[in-house]
Design a protein around this ligand. Structure first.
Ligand code: ADP
Length: 160
């Protein structure tokens, strides 16, 4: 039987409860989900690849069909290599739409057999992103409702 594998790409700097919400939904839909850290992003990350990977690893432990990886280069090439037929992206507020629309149509042009599926998080995470959490942590704001416990600890260590 054909396995349905999805890749969930992102910067994950660091992984938040919003990302986790999407991971949980995807884990219930697909046979296998690969959360994959994009290394060629123009953003300069706060956490190294290893730190981001290890935080993700800790929080996906309970999902047996979810794993973590990283990639360089084109996402569609990576997806094909992993035999994934779906790209997962999270859709929050309207401001995400234009960029995501452009990316997904470009990826479809490059790889017509790979579909992008958008999942919406619980509304309580609709405004949440990693930059906001980093900003809050930097100024010693409360972050415990936005990130899993191991990530809260790592963020507090970084800004101590
Ligand atoms: P990128 O740099 O690729 O946008 P991010 O780590 O910021 O990387 O996001 C990865 C994916 O997770 C994107 O599809 C993004 O829209 C989604 N995402 C980020 N935060 C949330 C959230 N709070 N709720 C739902 N989806 C989210």
């Amino acid at each position: 039987m054909k396995k349905n594998t999805a890749v969930y790409p992102g910067t994950f700097d660091p992984v938040t409860n919003g990302h986790l919400d999407i991971i949980e939904r995807a884990s219930g839909i697909f046979d296998k989900v690969i959360v994959t850290i994009a290394l060629n992003s123009s953003k300069v990350p706060l956490f190294t690849k290893e730190e981001r990977k290890s935080m993700i690893k800790e929080v996906i432990n309970k999902y047996k069909n979810v794993e973590v990886d990283s990639f360089d280069g084109l996402l569609v090439n990576y997806a094909a290599k992993k035999k994934a037929n779906t790209i997962i992206r999270g859709l929050r507020v309207l401001s995400d739409f234009e960029y995501e629309f452009q990316m997904s149509l470009t990826n479809r042009k490059l790889a017509p057999d790979i579909n992008t599926i958008f999942l919406m998080p619980n509304e309580k995470y609709a405004y949440l992103n990693s930059s906001l959490v980093k900003e809050l942590a930097k100024f010693k704001g409360q972050i415990k409702s936005f990130v899993p416990e191991p990530v809260r600890k790592k963020l507090e260590e970084k800004f101590r």
